[in-house]
Ligand binder design. Structure first.
Ligand code: ADP
Length: 231
């Protein structure tokens, strides 16, 4: 079964003179267990595409199938799928600095239905935080951690609900080279847990480690022009 399938997705922002056609008929599938890199210049529509596929923005037109079913339009069902099916990872980590690592990682579990009890939430957080190598930091405040460690916290949070697809928008852009390499290794290791990964990136070093690269320009997918050298 295809995990996610988009056909002819379009997205228009604004109206009249402010109208921006950010996506113009994008078709893309993601298979279970694969990592797909989305590459293209700034402003070409990568974030918009990720937001449509991850159900954080409504499509203007086109078809989207998530886990074999048409993507729901009702907000309640979209929220449930966001929580169950997807994990999200952002460039700026989007973690709560003043909270502990454990508190940050349990956030998605607080919205899970059926409800997950407090003890089980903490236990699952502990396991996933250990799996990203931060067991020692469970009770630390996020503000006390380095950039790479914060991104590990964000990865743990993206994984705590055992998502089918992790959507990552420029997850290494705010990191130095060595740390970025470690974070990509961790991100791609999610495949062993059965998750697929869809990652928007400017960085060919990230893209070349994925199973497949999809190029994007001006709101459309373009033929494999990745700029990746194979020598
Ligand atoms: P990328 O992620 O590749 O940098 P984006 O998806 O962020 O590209 O943006 C695609 C186009 O849509 C750009 O021209 C951008 O200015 C425009 N855009 C993005 N978000 C909005 C918004 N909320 N309102 C209006 N225009 C937007």
């Amino acid at each position: 079964m295809v995990l996610l399938r988009a056909s002819g997705l379009s997205k228009t922002y604004g109206q009249g003179r402010l109208r921006v056609e950010a996506l113009r008929g994008v078709s893309l599938s993601v298979e279970p267990g694969e990592a797909v890199a989305l590459m293209g210049p700034s402003g070409c529509g990568k974030s918009t595409l990720l937001n449509l596929l991850g159900l954080t923005l409504p499509v203007t037109s086109g078809e989207l199938v998530v886990g074999g079913e048409p993507a729901p339009t009702r907000e309640r069902e979209r929220a449930r799928l966001r929580n169950e099916f997807f994990g999200y990872l952002h460039q700026e980590f989007a973690i709560v600095e003043s909270d502990t690592v454990a508190a940050n990682v349990t956030i998605p579990l607080e919205y899970a239905r059926p409800r997950v009890g407090r003890r089980q939430r903490l236990e699952r957080a502990r396991r996933v935080v250990e799996s990203v190598g931060l067991g020692w930091a469970l009770r630390r405040r996020a503000a006390e951690l380095s950039g790479g460690e914060r991104q590990r916290v964000a990865i743990a949070r993206a994984l705590v609900n055992e998502p089918s697809l992790v959507i990552a928008d420029e997850p290494t852009a705010a990191l130095d080279l060595a740390t970025a390499g470690e974070i990509v290794t961790l991100l791609l290791s999610m495949r062993q847990l059965g998750a697929s990964v869809l990652v928007a990136t400017h960085d060919p070093r990230v893209a070349e480690r994925c199973d497949r690269v999809v190029g994007m320009a001006d709101g459309r997918l373009v033929a494999e022009e990745t700029g990746i050298s194979t020598d």
